[in-house]
Design a protein around this ligand. Sequence first.
Ligand code: GDP
Ligand code: MG
Length: 718
Amino acid sequence: MKTYSTDHLRNIALLGNSGSGKTTLAEAMLFNGGVIERRGSVEARNTVSDYKPIEQENRNSVFSTVLYAEYNDKKVNILDTPGLDDFSGGVISSMYAADTVMLVINVQNGVEVGTEIQFRHADKFHKPLIIVVNGLDHEKANFEKTVEMLHERFGSDVTLAQFPVNEGLGFNTIIDVVSMKMLRYGKEGGKAEVLDIPAEHQPKAEELHAALTEKVAESDEELMELFFANDKLTEEEISRGIREGLLKRGIFPVFCVSAKGNVGVDRLLQFITAAAPSPSDMPAVKNSKGNEVKCDASGAASVFVFKTTIEEHIGEINYFRVMSGKINENLDVVNTSNGTRERLSQIFICAGKNRTRVPEIHAGDVGGFVKLKNTKTNHTLNTVGNDWVYNNMQFPAPKYRTAIKPVNESDEEKLGEALSRMHQEDPTIIVEYSKELKQIIIHGQGEYHLNILKWHLDSIFKIETQYIAPKIPYRETITKTAQADYRHKKQSGGAGQFGEVHMIIEPFEEGSEAKSMMKIAGKEIKLANRDKEEIDLPWGGKLIYMNCIVGGSIDARFMPAILKGIMEKMEVGPLTGSYARDIRVYVYDGKMHPVDSNEISFRLAGRNAFSTAFKNAGPKILEPVYDVEIMVPSDRMGDVISDLQGRRGMVLGMTSDKGFEVIKARVPLAEMNKYSTALSSLTGGRAMYTMKFAEYAQVPGEVQDAVIKAYEAEEEEE
Ligand SMILES: Nc1nc2c(ncn2[C@@H]2O[C@H](COP(=O)(O)OP(=O)(O)O)[C@@H](O)[C@H]2O)c(=O)[nH]1
Ligand SMILES: [Mg+2]
C-alpha cells in the first residue's frame, strides 16, 4: 500500500434513502478500485460494507463503514452510511470525515423523504454534493421523472452530467456530456467501451453539454471569459469548473449507474478522482482556540477521531481523519481532549473489517487505530505542545425513549457496561439513570433503533433484558395562594424541641413581583420583604424564598433550616410524589423558645407548614411538552394531523413545500410513546420527525385524575 499525498485523496460519503443502493455501489467501487476481486451482494450477505452481524441478518446497513478504493493513482475513501433515519448517527459522524457527499437515488422512486433528509444533512455541513441515480437496470426505472423531481426539490443547480440511453432491463449505455462520449458496458459491467455519440442522441447531448458548460462557467470568472472567447470549454476546463462549482455548492452534477450491474461506476470513479475536491481544496477547520487548521501535510500532526467500534477479537478501533500533518507508527501524541499521552503503535487503512497496516499516512486521509488506551469518539490527538481540540460532533436530539431492565437483577452491572459500549459505538444511543423515575431510560432515534440495541444486548452481550414503559417526569405546582402555620414541639424527657413557622405560598411566574401585603381569610398580612433567595431548581423551574420576618420572631440563623424543610417537600409533591416547581414562599412570622429552639425544629416546622399550604393551594400536575416537527407527504397530512389531535397535540403551523408538508406541533411527552412507529404506519414510512423539549404545562383535569390514580395504585403495590 503506497502512501497518498493530500491532493491524491478524495473523501466521499455515500448518503441516500435506505435501499437506494449505497452499499451495493460501495461494493462496486471497491471492485473497480482493486480492493476486492469479487463483488458481494446485499442479498448474499457478503458485502464488505455490511459486515456487522446485525447488518447481515437484516440485509441493511446499521452503522457507517469506512472503505476505500484506489483509482487513477488516487485513494478514494468511502464512507457508506445507513439510510434509515433511525441510524443517522452514522451519517453525522461521516460528515466529519468526508469532503464530498454522493447522494444516491433509487431511480424507481426518485426523491424520497429519506433523500430529502440526507440532502439536508449535506446542506447543513455545506458539503459539495454529487447526485448518483442508481438502479437504471430496473424495469421500473424512470430517469425523466427522477430528474424532474430532483429539479423540483433541489433546484436548478442540479445539472446532468450524463443520461441513460437504454434505461430498464438490459441497461448498459450512458451518454456522458462532460466528455461528450458514449459509454457502453459489457455483460459484467466494469470498464466501458468509449464510443462517439450516435447522431440520434447528438442534439440532446449537445443541449445538455451547453447547459453544463454554462453552469460551470458561472462558477469561475476565468472560465466565463474562456467560454465567451471560444464559445466552449475543454473537458479539463469543465472538470476544473465543476470542482469550483462543487465547492461553492453551485452545481450538483448528476450521474447514472447500475451499482448492481457495475455500469457507470468506473466513470464515476474517474470523475471523482479528476473533478471532486481533494482535502486540500476544502476550507480550513476552526479549532477550540478559534485558529484555522488547514488540511496540509506540512503542518503539525493532528488527528480527529470520528468513530469508535468494538470488533470481535480485536477490541476497540478508533477511526480518524488526519486533520493536518503526517502521522507515522510509534508517534507519541497527546490526547488533548483528556490530557493523556498515547503512542500510535499501529495505523491501519480500512475497508470494512479488512485492515491493512501502513507505516505513515498524510493530512486528509482516513484510517483506524487499535490499542489506544484512553481515546475514543470526538477526541483530538496532537503532537506535544498543541493543546487545542476540535469541537465535538453534533448529533440529532433523541426522539424515542424506553425504560430498560435486566431480566436477572444480577446482570445490572453487566448491562451498564454493555450500554456504555453501545453508546461509544453509536453516540445517538443515550443512557440516563433517572433517580427521579427510578428507571434506566434509553433515548434513541426510533423504535427500530432501540430494537437493534436490544438485539445487540441479547445476541452479542448475552444479557436478557426487558423494555418497559418509560415513566413521565411529571412536575407539580400550585394554582392559588394558601397560608399555613405549624408548631413543632417536643418536650418529653431530655432536651426539648420547639419551632413555629407561619408562611404564605403563591404560584410563581417569571417576571412577577413579590407582594408586600396579602389578604388571607379576610385578614391583612403585611409582608416586609427583607431578603429574597431565588433558587434555580435542579429539575427545572424556581423556588422563591422570601424572608419577611419582623421583630425577630424567628432568628435569621434558622431561616436556612426552614428552607431545607421546604426543599424536602419540593422533592415529593403531594399529588404524585413528583418534583415541585415555580412557587414563591413568604415566611412572615413564627415563634422561638429561648432554650428548645434549634435547626431541626425549624426544619420540621417549615416542612410541615409548606406541606399543608401546598395541599391547600390548588396543586396541579405539570407534564413535559415537546415541540414536534414532522415532514410528511401532502397526501398523508390529514391523517397525521388527526392523529396528533388524538395525542392532545396542538398544531402550531403548517408550511407546504413542493409535495411535502412541514407540520409544527406541541405534543405532551406522555402521548409521544412509540410515535415513530405510529407515524411510519400512517405514512408508509414516508415521513420524518424531530422533537425537542419545549416546556412544562398543566395537564387537563381528567388526565390529572388518571395520573393520580395510577400513582396511588403503584404506591399500594409497593
Ligand atoms: N436492480 C438493481 N438493484 C439494486 C441496484 N443497486 C442496489 N440494488 C438492490 O437494492 C437493494 C438495496 O441495496 P443496498 O445496497 O443495500 O442499498 P442501501 O440501503 O442504500 O445501502 C438490494 O437488494 C440491492 O441488491 C441496482 O443498481 N439495480
Ligand atoms: Mg446500506
